[in-house]
Design a protein around this ligand. Structure first.
Ligand SMILES: Cc1cc2nc3c(=O)[nH]c(=O)nc-3n(C[C@H](O)[C@H](O)[C@H](O)COP(=O)(O)O)c2cc1C
Length: 202
């Protein structure tokens, strides 16, 4: 049975740098019977942010009926995710933040002691994750929290991190396509994820 990769593009620019880097990472999975790939463009999805209703607290099912419902199916089925976001004011894009917050439904808290919690995915088969952050400035400080937000979120949901790529100094949509170093790194990261998954024998 083939393993499933879910890629999530957190920029509204379909021809932007995040999309280009994710595509390059995914090239490691092309033409392989072992893998199937699905890409979600958050900018094309119709979904709202978490409203904190706690309607998911007993069921792990979000009560908001929008395009996240399909994303939930894909996240549950995925053996690995590749999550990419541009830096917007030292953080992930607002679409990515909405997406992350809507993943709250996967968490379980102990009644009476919310410092004890798990993720729905902790008890299932191991899932892997890779992250891509991209920004305009030259200093990694100017990415602010972007890489950490992606990694901490998906690790808290039970994913094991395989790579966390940080790409600096790209402003215009698609500018990264003229830079070999980040593209080569993205491809190498894809290969690492592929080999990790094959080694795990998922
Ligand atoms: C609203 C907004 C906020 C931004 N904030 C930052 C920032 O804090 N630091 C930075 O280096 N670049 C910042 N940028 C630049 C983007 O991160 C950069 O253009 C990136 O390459 C966009 O990726 P994309 O092509 O995938 O959309 C910002 C861009 C926008 C539109």
């Amino acid at each position: 049975m083939s393993m499933k990769i879910l890629a999530v593009v957190g920029s509204k620019r379909k021809n932007g740098n995040t999309a280009a880097l994710i595509e390059k990472t995914l090239s490691a999975f092309q033409n392989s019977e072992d893998f199937s790939v699905e890409t979600l463009f958050l900018g094309e999805m119709n979904f709202v942010g978490c409203n904190g209703c706690e309607g998911c607290s007993k069921s792990n099912q979000c009560v908001i009926k929008d395009d996240m419902q399909r994303a939930y199916i894909l996240l549950r089925e995925a053996d690995a995710v590749i999550i990419g976001s541009p830096t917007y004011f030292y953080n992930v894009s607002s679409d990515m933040k909405k997406f992350i917050d809507r993943c709250y439904c996967f968490t379980n808290y102990m009644p009476g002691n919310r410092s004890v919690w798990t993720s729905e995915f902790d008890s299932g088969p191991r899932k892997f994750a890779g992250y891509i952050s991209i920004c305009e400035q030259n200093n990694v400080d100017d990415m602010g929290f972007t890489p950490q937000v992606l990694q901490k979120t998906f690790e808290s949901l039970g994913f094991r991190t395989v790579f966390n790529q940080k790409v600096l100094h790209c402003f215009k949509a698609g500018e990264v396509n003229s830079k070999s170093e980040p593209l080569d790194s993205a491809e190498a990261n894809g290969v690492s994820l592929r080999e990790t998954m094959l080694l795990q024998g998922k």
